[in-house]
Design a protein around this ligand. Structure first.
Ligand code: ZN
Length: 113
């Protein structure tokens, strides 16, 4: 284990996908000390998140999807810039379902939703 790594952290992020393709980018991220807190953040934030203004109208027409992701990992310091490292365990994905979110568990290496 890397001695410069933080204790276990959970990273919550909201990602953007366009036109049924894979994730395009992560819009917003937040780090948490517990899985529960990371999932609460997604449950609060995801239903209220709108597609970013920088997304061109032509791409919006392809269909825009926002989704949540919670991954377990550590922040590695002692480098030029602190870096997030996933532990490679399964991640939580969240899809919007009206005002709520629907969770499912996915393999870490796959960014499939
Ligand atoms: Zn998934």
């Amino acid at each position: 284990m890397n001695p410069d790594a933080s204790p276990v952290r959970w990273r919550a992020s909201i990602g953007l996908a366009v036109g049924g393709g894979g994730p395009v980018s992560s819009i917003v991220e937040s780090e948490h000390g517990s899985e529960g807190s990371a999932r609460e953040w997604i449950e609060r934030k995801l239903p209220r998140t709108r597609p970013p203004a920088w997304l061109p109208a032509a791409r919006r027409a392809d269909g825009v999807e926002l989704f949540g992701r919670v991954a377990r990992g550590r922040v590695v310091t002692g480098r030029l810039v602190p870096t997030w490292e996933s532990e490679g365990t399964a991640v939580w994905h969240a899809d919007r379902a009206g005002d709520q979110v629907r969770w499912h568990r996915c393999a870490a290496e796959s960014d499939e939703r």
